[in-house]
Design a protein around this ligand. Structure first.
Ligand code: MN
Length: 267
């Protein structure tokens, strides 16, 4: 009792819980040397981003069964879809092109199922990199399987060789977008680690930012009163400058999750 009161004073009990999707990685080459190399893991910067915004991060392993995934969502107020490998293009009705990167079918299936359940529940969803792409596809949109070979000759380099706290290109934030409102910016400096991008937008989503040559770099709900959905193609969790506007997106997501939780409690 006493410890729960202490927790409550620190605001933890009422903080919204944000599910953070994690990857199943098998370091198969080293299993012979070390049998302890099969990890469920997520970049700790996602965890830090949620925590610093006032949320409680809950890591969701991709090895959950569908029933377990649904039960797991019961205790959560928001979902953060993390970055990762390419999505199976079958989800948007295409055959793979030779430039398609690694796909992990089991991960795709479980993350897509989790996402569809979260959408059905009206849970605030924030997608980062692959997370933005899968969000668009789950709602009916499509992707470029490979920007350098499919987008056009003027595509800039979207796969930087430098650390993620460094930006390598700018994005133009659309006037009147929700993203412009929460970041209070017309341009945002971003890191870039993607060879895929959004091609066709899902009907319920709209473009919030583009790179200078026109690649879609952020998406959001057409109607936030219906559903809080935001996706960014860059990795805001890795951009540490507090004045850069990147933290604002995490904060907005946590606030939306808090509102979602209080609506659930009132119902
Ligand atoms: Mn980019």
């Amino acid at each position: 009792m006493r410890s729960s009161e202490a927790l409550d004073r620190r605001g933890l009990i009422n903080s919204p819980k944000i599910g953070v999707t994690a990857a199943l990685r098998e370091e198969t080459e080293s299993i012979a040397q070390n049998p302890f190399e099969r990890f469920v893991r997520t970049d700790s910067d996602y965890v830090k981003g949620v925590s610093e915004a006032g949320g409680v991060p809950v890591i969701l392993p991709p090895s959950l069964s569908l029933r377990a995934a649904e039960a797991r969502l019961d205790g959560l107020d928001g979902l953060l879809l993390s970055g990762g490998p390419d999505l199976d293009p079958g989800y948007y009705g295409e055959e793979p092109v030779p430039e398609l990167g690694t796909t992990i079918l089991e991960w795709d299936a479980l993350e897509m199922a989790l996402l569809r359940l979260a959408l059905k529940r009206g849970m605030p969803i924030f997608g980062i990199c692959r997370g933005m792409q899968i969000l668009n596809v789950a709602l009916g949109g499509t992707l470029y399987q490979d920007l350098p070979s499919q987008f056009g000759a003027d595509v800039i380099n979207h796969w930087q060789a430098t650390p993620k706290c460094q930006y390598t290109h700018e994005v133009e934030v659309l006037d009147d977008s929700y993203l412009a409102e929460i970041t209070d910016r017309q341009t945002v400096e971003v890191n870039s680690y993607h060879h895929q991008g959004i091609k066709g937008m899902a009907e319920d989503l709209t473009v919030a930012a583009r790179s200078t040559e026109g690649v879609i770099e952020a998406i959001e709900s057409r109607d936030f009163s219906e559903h809080w959905l935001v996706g960014v193609q860059w990795h805001p969790e890795g951009m540490c400058d507090p004045g850069s506007g990147h933290r604002n997106v995490f904060e907005a997501h946590v606030c939306a999750a808090e509102r979602h939780a209080s609506r659930g409690a009132a119902a």
